[in-house]
Ligand binder design. Sequence first.
Ligand code: NAD
Length: 357
Amino acid sequence: MAKLISVGKSPTNYQVTILDKAISKKDLLPAIKTYQKILIVSDQGIPKKYIKEIKTLIPKSKKVFLYILPAGEKSKSLKSFNSILEELANLKFDRTDCLIALGGGMVGDISGFVASSYLRGIDFIQIPTSLLSQVDSSVGGKTAINISQGKNLVGAFYNPKKVLISINYLKSLTEKEYRSGLGEVIKYAFILNRKLYKILSSNPKLVLSRNTKILEDIIYESIKTKANIVSKDEREQGVRALLNFGHTFGHAIEAKNNYKNISHGEAVVLGMVIASKVSYLEGLINEKEYREIKLLITSMGLDIDYKKYKYEDLKPYLMNDKKVALGKLNLILLKKIGGAFKTNSFKVSNLKKAFNN
Ligand SMILES: NC(=O)c1ccc[n+]([C@@H]2O[C@H](COP(=O)([O-])OP(=O)(O)OC[C@H]3O[C@@H](n4cnc5c(N)ncnc54)[C@H](O)[C@@H]3O)[C@@H](O)[C@H]2O)c1
């Protein structure tokens, strides 16, 4: 049975559908019925059969075009942005037409940004294929590209018209990409969703073997949490900050590594462990809870060892973070598993101590 979640505020709200099987005509047609032309944007790493399957669902009366980017973060560029725009203009797309983003977060982010700016905005539909894009990037309306000065520096808040998720896509995902998505799932459990924490901690083997029923439950719970937050704060002015749990430390770790050797997902997971340790040292959570947090992360096959990072090494990057307001670092800490909050009143000595592990 399909599961549905509503996201956002009227008039730009949209529905996310989670399917435990392949997307069928019945799922796609209502979302595309008004469009004359459709451009499917995808990347070379997405199995071709997924693209073919979506194409065959679209009625012959509509014109379907394909734009395939090279796989990888490098394609989230001004150059690709420009060439997709030119393709739309050459194909004479107008506001009665739409884009379908079929791929991971890279494809979703650039397609959404193109959709937000072509003709001052045309419709787009997200069909996310990686776990990270299903539970995170396809929901919330953030679109972006990278420039040489930094990641996601150019973009727009622009909601899709529909998000269609099929769990089937996750079967072909590499182990590394799958675990990177699990990092975000765990984050939702820690910050707000105790039920999700229980599902994950009681079924690590089923999660790791990508059991359909468990995936359906964890994707549903993750999106429910993200939808709840972003619907309250569409433009990131308040509660949305909770989604940055682990990110301040994670970004510092990525920067320290020159964005090599460690993935964003792996760095954020280490960041969550550090933020949990600070929460423990601040007396917000107890030792047992801190141990449970680490246990859940390791049971998902993710690394918790941040020994090689010293406070002094990360400090310059921490203080460079977007979350530094008036010289004070803002952190997302836990007061329990399933309860996060934003604060800048913590002891710097505890921050330093967190690195003496
Ligand atoms: N907009 C947001 O709110 C938001 C949130 C988090 C992350 N992001 C962005 O998302 C991007 C990361 O997303 P990602 O982790 O999906 O990376 P990605 O889109 O680069 O995909 C990772 C790799 O997996 C492959 N892939 C995707 N689905 C597959 C499938 N079903 N089977 C086999 N291979 C598949 C891709 O071809 C690619 O090689 C980053 O650019 C990040 O900035 C955006």
